[in-house]
Write a protein that binds this ligand. Structure first.
Ligand code: FAD
Length: 484
């Protein structure tokens, strides 16, 4: 039982699945980690110390029951491990691949703190669920009761929207998901590149939802094709899970030159190519890094995805300019290491000052050297310019990856009564997750601001519960009225 199979961290070292060598992976969009073999997954799971207070679970936004599914894996009870893992997550194989585990579960693993190296939780999670798909243990989505008299509309097919859709469909509601893209998945499909998350993984989840009776309406943009009020009139409740898409811009001379492009346009084009779509802006070279000197500005996940995409497209050189240092960047340290292995050069403590415009095309970035000064209001040390530290970097493609803010939803949706916070995110009641408009709920990045997939899944799970409470009360009230 447990103790016999567990606590092996003293004698068994930490081993992540093998990474494909940089020279082999730097020209394709396939995931970079090879899969564990069964024996390795069991061995690595057996390193768990089965703590009384499982900090891994506490620091997982989904509170996944990590110690128990690690123990089941170590004991060779893989199907049970899967069932436990999917009890709290709608897409464990996605989290296993792209959660920043070094900051969440693994970063808080007790044996990491004691210097033994964390249990490789994300890799085991991925292994369990990939095996479940192979073995046919992933059950079809089936409504557990019939509430088809009530329908729910969900705006946004990202992880928050589809998670809520799954839980609400399971409760028996008629569920319609509306998305302005031609495929679901949100940023899982069109933001995050295949080398972190192969597209098939996302498409397989969406197919299961469709087979379970969820109706997807693609190429449908709320605000363009219908106002919020019109959509509200069609459903008993609505969920807004539209994410955040207003790209922050750089204010510097020359920023309007050709070849200075927003990160998401670039990533969407590349992801579309991975699906085999025709993308004129890629084919004509404007969103293609092949043969170019590429400079990416920013230090978050989006910047990391851009630099590594540019490598794979065959860029002549790829540099990343970030105004803070390595220790103070928001992106994952693992991703920086992967990018460096693939040949990306990081120019820490540097910020663009101007872009050289050569006959309408960018030719270089004039940058300033920075240092970290005193902490600002957010508690982070603020970057300051070092006078006289200017330098120039050659560039014929500059990708702006400075983060995202919410779009102006009240204006876009024709819904002035939809209240937003001073950051432009939707204001919701903390308990019910309902917005200022009756029956309209919100979840994911549009409430939190740019965040993580695992938080979007958590919000989708929570909002499905509060929407059910609202809908059940409404159904109860109609039944009472009809009986009176
Ligand atoms: P989204 O995933 O943004 O989905 C929103 C959906 O709403 C989209 O499909 C959009 O088309 C649709 N929509 C928007 N407006 C409308 C409208 N008016 N009408 C109809 N549909 C609309 N997180 C991680 O945990 N790990 C990572 O490695 C990671 N990498 C990232 C890389 C990039 C490049 C980016 C940009 C983000 C990354 N993130 C990562 C963050 C993560 O992707 C988001 O936090 C998460 O996807 C948010 O989920 P969501 O469902 O709230 O929104």
């Amino acid at each position: 039982m447990a103790e016999k199979d567990m606590l092996k961290f003293v004698g068994v070292g930490q081993a992540f699945p093998e990474k494909r060598p940089a020279a082999e992976r730097d020209d394709d969009f396939l995931e970079i980690n090879r899969a564990y073999i069964l024996a390795k997954a069991e061995e690595q799971a057996s390193r768990c110390s089965q703590c009384g207070v499982p900090f891994c679970q506490v620091h997982c936004p989904l509170h996944n029951n990590i110690p128990d599914w690690l123990r089941l894996t170590a004991e060779g009870r893989l199907q049970e491990a899967y069932e436990l893992s999917e009890a709290t997550s709608t897409m464990p194989e996605v989290c296993g691949r792209i959660c920043p585990q070094d900051r969440l579960c693994e970063g808080n693993c007790v044996i990491e703190q004691s210097g033994h190296g964390a249990v490789t939780i994300g890799s085991v999670e991925k292994f369990i669920t990939d095996t479940a798909w192979k073995e046919g243990w992933v059950r079809p989505l089936r409504p557990l009761s019939d509430r088809s008299g009530q329908s729910v509309g969900i705006i946004g097919a990202g992880p928050a929207g589809v998670t809520a859709a799954e839980y609400l469909r399971r409760r028996g509601y008629e569920v319609h998901v509306y998305d302005r893209h031609d495929r679901g998945g949100g940023l899982l499909t069109y933001g995050i590149p295949g080398f972190k998350l192969e597209k098939e993984i996302v498409m397989r989840r969406l197919a299961r939802l469709e087979e379970g009776g969820i109706v997807f309406h693609y190429d449908f943009e709320v605000g363009r094709d219908m106002t919020l009020a019109q959509l509200r009139a069609k459903h008993d409740a609505l969920l807004v899970a539209t994410g955040v898409y207003k790209a922050r811009d750089i204010k510097a001379p020359g920023v309007g030159a050709g070849g200075v492009i927003p990160a998401l346009d670039y990533l969407i084009a590349s992801n579309r190519k991975s699906f085999g779509d025709s993308v004129p802006a890629f084919e004509n070279g404007s969103l293609n890094a092949e043969g170019k000197h590429v400079v990416v500005v920013g230090g978050g996940d989006t910047a990391m995805d851009c630099v590594r995409t540019a490598v794979r497209q065959g860029a002549a050189s790829v540099k990343c300019l970030y105004r803070r240092d390595r220790a103070n960047m928001p992106g994952s340290q693992r991703e920086v290491a992967n990018a460096e292995e693939e040949g990306v050069v990081f120019v820490w403590l540097s910020a663009p000052q101007a872009f050289d415009d050569n006959a309408g095309k960018v030719a270089g970035v004039r940058a300033q050297q920075m240092r970290l000064g005193a902490p600002d209001a957010s508690g982070r040390r603020a970057p300051e310019v070092i006078e006289g530290g200017d330098f120039r970097v050659e560039a014929d493609l500059v990708i702006k990856a400075l983060g995202f803010d919410p779009e102006d939803l009240p204006q876009m949706f024709g819904a002035p009564d939809l209240t937003v916070t001073r950051w432009g995110t939707l204001r919701t009641d903390h308990k019910t997750m309902m917005t200022s408009v009756d029956g309209v709920f919100a979840a994911g990045d549009i409430v939190r601001g740019a965040s993580l997939v695992v938080w979007a899944i958590r919000d989708g799970r929570d909002v499905a519960k509060t929407m059910h409470t609202y809908l059940a009360a409404r159904a109860g009230a109609s039944a009472t009225k009809a009986a009176a």
